[in-house]
Design a protein around this ligand. Structure first.
Ligand code: ATP
Ligand code: MG
Length: 399
């Protein structure tokens, strides 16, 4: 039972995003409750309350609602039904409706288009007839499941109608979108936080490098993107948030098209890819490089505290730390010491301006997000030199 003096913020999901939310909430004096079935979940282990049930368990949801004054979510595939149950008795932000749109690429793209923000040319494939009608202009393309995709999972690159038909069959004929493959110059994302009163602030535009469909490096510094694109991306992200009457932290991912290619002229150079109704991996640099982090913003939106425009006080680079860089023997369970059987953190931490964040996950698997390293410094040249040194020490490819 919770103490009556506790003010508890709840979160659906116990992953690393939940863990960093919990840390931010606790820093501001809140108690926290996490709902996640895994007893070793990164957020569950550091939260005051950890409700260990499935996301759809009515008793677990009732308990979360009972202890929490307001509830948020840390992963977008949380069942919209569960958020709806919670919302019957407690403020839930973002809303089940907004999360439901973000969970479904078909609804998401319709929303973007409704906000006047260009998307990659695409076709919805739900039936064999729609499959047969796909125009040749969409090849080469990427077939993406409408639901449940992340880190490049549920995506197949296809060059022609025959490959498309085979890929759709492989995906068991679930609803998909086929997107035209666009010539990318770079990728970027914008994180906005919107309050219940409609006030909206943003973090600076993040420039992102993906490898094998997973975010690898984020670079944020003044001049990382042309000013005109920065303005357009921020305006687009804000209009996407306000169009949803969104409350909480929202990340919008964009493609910047190669200006020498005809698609760039046709689509205006900047295309929205997708949104995440929560803090995002590309916003982790804000924990060390901004005066308000994306998790502070999440706490503020949930608790109804004022939103202020974050200020970045240092150029920053974030390196994702995937399980790939752990030595093989790490899987033999090395106990609770995060520095045992792990990469040589001491060597990395000897470099000034490095900030290590580990999520407390036991097993280092390939592609698994184990932590991230933020690098800050007086100038971007300095930061990049340190980041490249750290990457070399860790066995992360140069960028
Ligand atoms: P996330 O983990 O970001 O949710 P995801 O599995 O939802 O990933 P997307 O963001 O749709 O996948 O795509 C992953 C990556 O694949 C993109 O960041 C981009 O590098 C590439 N990609 C996706 N769609 C296109 C496209 N239409 N044209 C070119 N590249 C693309
Ligand atoms: Mg993505």
């Amino acid at each position: 039972m919770s103490d009556s003096k506790e003010v508890t913020l709840g979160v659906m999901g116990g992953g690393q995003l939940g863990r960093m939310f919990v840390h931010a909430a606790q820093q501001m004096g809140y108690f926290t409750a996490v709902l996640d079935a895994d007893p070793l979940s990164p957020a569950g282990r550091v939260s005051h309350h950890h409700i260990q049930t499935a996301y759809t368990d009515p008793a677990g949801l009732a308990e979360l609602a009972a202890v929490s004054v307001a509830i948020t979510t840390e992963f977008e595939n949380v069942p919209a039904q569960a958020l709806a149950q919670l919302a019957a008795t407690r403020p839930v932000a973002p809303s089940a409706e907004a999360v439901g749109i973000a969970q479904d690429r078909v609804r998401e793209k319709a929303h973007f288009a409704g906000c006047g923000v260009p998307v990659a040319p695409y076709a919805v494939i739900e039936t064999a007839e729609q499959l047969a009608q796909v125009g040749s202009d969409l090849f080469p393309g990427i077939l993406k499941t409408a639901r449940m995709g992340y880190d490049g999972k549920g995506q197949v690159r296809v060059k022609n109608p025959a490959e498309l038909a085979a890929a759709w069959a492989d995906l068991k004929g679930v609803t998909c979108v086929l997107e035209k493959m666009l010539p990318l110059q770079m990728e970027c994302s914008v994180i906005v936080a919107r309050g219940a009163d409609g006030s909206c602030v943003n973090l600076p535009v993040q420039r992102n490098l993906h490898r094998d469909g997973i975010l690898a490096v984020t670079e944020v510094f003044e001049g990382n993107m042309p000013e005109a694109l920065v303005k357009r991306a921020v305006a687009a992200a804000k209009s996407i948030a306000s169009g949803l009457q969104y409350v909480g932290v929202l990340c919008v991912e964009f493609f910047v098209l190669d200006p020498t290619q005809p698609e760039a002229q046709a689509l205006g150079g900047l295309v929205v890819n997708e949104m995440a109704p929560r803090p995002h991996n590309s916003g982790h640099y804000s924990m060390d490089a901004c005066d308000v982090s994306q998790f502070d913003l999440q706490v503020r939106t949930l608790a109804g505290l004022p939103l202020v425009q974050p200020r970045q006080h240092s150029p920053a680079i974030m390196l994702n730390l995937l399980g790939d860089i752990w030595p093989e023997h790490r899987s033999e369970k090395t106990g609770a010491d995060p520095h045992k059987g792990a990469p040589d953190w001491a060597a990395v931490l000897a470099l000034p301006g490095t900030h290590l964040h580990l999520y407390g996950k036991q097993d280092a698997k390939k592609g698994r997000k184990m932590g991230h390293l933020n690098i800050t410094g007086a100038s971007i040249d300095h930061v990049r030199a340190t980041a490249l040194q750290a990457a070399a020490l860790l066995g992360i490819a140069a960028f």
